[in-house]
Design a protein around this ligand. Structure first.
Ligand code: NAD
Length: 493
């Protein structure tokens, strides 16, 4: 049941500056700075946030190292029960968490409620799957040998996450990581750190041994860097931009790394596509979470024969979007999360227009908005291939339409990108669909649905050779990534 009637004057964090959770205790940082966290909705203050120092991050690593020694010996079933307890606590606070998520991140309440729901599913899924984390027995050449493999936790996992799905993305690491017997040290994105505090309070209430789960708030370049590079952490889980991912890869060199980085589609509309379906799905891919999704539909290649008809349908979809205060039930798109992303969106659209594109809708900030972070849903036609929007991730509510003439040209354009995360292809011909599935340079190819189509247990991640990441999150794939594979050999008589 969705209830978003009582946002007004909600005292989110009751002024508590102790936003670090280390060894089971809430702490501030005497050497750190306390800053007011601002809501993107209207710039109002929603609570204090401590920007901690490296020393605090080191304390968290120490606490995690100590606690993990005991946690790895807790039985799988007991760890699974603990994951269920966390899921239950989040469930009992789902509306409260969703309200804070909307206030701090800016997404409409219905989307926030959905996201919190997925985090509950994430803990329950990890509880289910960890019981089936089965190794193997391997026949041997030498008849006196018996060989088996089994999964062991890696140790202390450093987790660094972005602001676009600040509840669900962390849980993609935290739930399988804890279930598998790791301890976690987590640094969330600064602009969505109060929701991280609230999620941590839910985990605290589930009564895990102290030190198993630790939160350190502050700048990525400080505390994030400390937790990924410090020899006290054994592995790294990172979701964020390709640029930061490359820095972290070097700083954490030698550690196992699960990296979920940026994307830039594409979505491909072939000339036999069901255009109504394609436009509805693509527009949803462009505008959900105001386009701030790694898999969003932000590079749309359209066969020239159906280009105008598809563009018209996309414009119709854009006009249906209700942009405004995300606390209101009728709103379907809220503000962008922060000034940096808002600037990037404006810059990319200005560049496309300079290079000859036309705006069918949007391409501007609305007048009289509650803050400068609102941006109208934008459909751009006549976008040239050399526009920045075609090569870089925009991360905003912008759908640029680029024309092509043949399937092979569409594939060539798809390959002409440094990203390779998710793509979509719309066609009614199964043979063409298979051809694209096999040839697309992306980790995920969705046929006839939004590029954002995703389920928790499906492997998700970038293709090799591109800048979209390393490894897969999702269900048993994430669980395996949280573990070392141990090989044991026995000599028998
Ligand atoms: P970002 O790379 O700027 O920041 C991500 C996190 O890294 C933040 O917590 C930040 O504080 C931290 N950080 C920054 N510099 C750091 C450093 N030197 N060392 C350690 N940590 C550091 O990304 P963002 O703007 O927060 O998020 C948007 C990006 O995330 C987009 O590129 C998007 O595509 C990507 N993303 C990818 C996926 C996926 O599953 N592939 C999902 C969501 C978002």
């Amino acid at each position: 049941m969705i209830n978003c009637n009582h946002f007004v004057n909600e005292s989110v964090m009751a002024g508590d500056e102790r936003t670090n959770f280390i060894g089971g205790q809430w702490r501030g940082d005497a050497q750190g700075e306390v800053r007011a966290q601002l809501s993107p909705i209207d710039g109002s203050e929603i609570g204090p946030l401590t920007w901690s120092t490296r020393a605090t991050a080191r304390d968290a690593i120490e606490a995690a190292r100590t606690a993990q020694k005991g946690w790895r010996k807790v039985s799988t079933w007991d760890r699974a029960r603990a994951m269920r307890r966390i899921g239950d606590v989040i469930g009992s606070r789902r509306e409260e968490l969703a309200r804070l998520l909307t206030l701090e991140q800016g997404k409409p309440y219905a989307e926030a409620y959905f996201e919190v729901g997925k985090s509950i599913d994430g803990f329950n899924l990890a509880a289910d799957l960890v019981k089936y984390l089965e190794g193997t027995t391997i026949p041997t050449e030498d008849p006196t040998k018996r060989v088996m493999t089994f999964y062991q936790p890696r140790g202390v996992y450093a987790v660094v996450t972005p602001w676009n799905f600040p509840v669900n993305i962390p849980v993609e690491y935290i739930a399988p990581g804890l279930a598998a017997g790791n301890a976690i040290v987590w640094t969330p994105a600064p602009t969505t750190s109060l929701i991280a505090v609230a999620l941590t309070r839910a985990i605290e209430e589930a009564d895990l041994p102290p030190g198993i789960f630790n939160l350190v708030t502050g700048a990525g370049k400080e505390v994030g860097d400390e937790i990924v590079s410090n020899p006290g952490t054994d592995a790294v889980g990172f979701t964020g931009s390709a640029l930061t991912g490359k820095i972290i890869s070097q700083r954490a060199a030698g550690k196992p790394q699960l990296m979920e980085l940026g994307g830039n589609g594409p979505v491909i509309i072939l000339d036999d596509a069901d255009l109504d379906r394609a436009a509805a799905a693509t527009a949803s891919g462009s505008f959900v979470n105001a386009g701030q999704v790694c898999s969003s539909s932000e590079r749309i290649l359209v066969h020239r024969r159906i280009y105008d008809a598809f563009a018209e349908r996309m414009a119709e979809e854009a006009r249906k979007v209700v942009l405004g205060d995300p606390r209101k039930p009728e709103t379907t798109m809220g503000p962008l999360n922060n000034p940096a992303v808002a600037q990037k969106v404006s810059d990319h659209v200005a560049d496309a227009l300079d290079r000859g594109a036309q705006a069918m809708t949007g391409a501007r900030r609305p007048e009289g908005a509650l803050s400068p972070l609102y941006y109208e849903p934008t459909i751009l036609t006549g976008v040239s291939r050399d526009a920045v929007i075609n090569s870089e991730e925009t991360f905003g509510p912008v759908a640029p339409l680029i024309a092509f003439d043949t399937d092979e040209e569409a594939l060539e354009m798809a390959h002409d990108s440094r990203y390779g995360l998710v793509s979509s292809v719309f066609t009614q011909d199964i043979n063409r669909a298979f051809h694209f599935v096999e040839e697309m340079p992306t980790g995920i190819v969705n046929i006839n649905d939004t590029s954002n189509y995703w389920e928790l247990h499906i492997p998700f991640g970038g293709v090799s050779g591109k800048d979209s990441g390393i490894g897969r999150v999702g269900g048993r794939y994430a669980l395996a990534a949280m573990c070392d594979l141990k090989t044991a050999t026995f000599t028998v008589r």
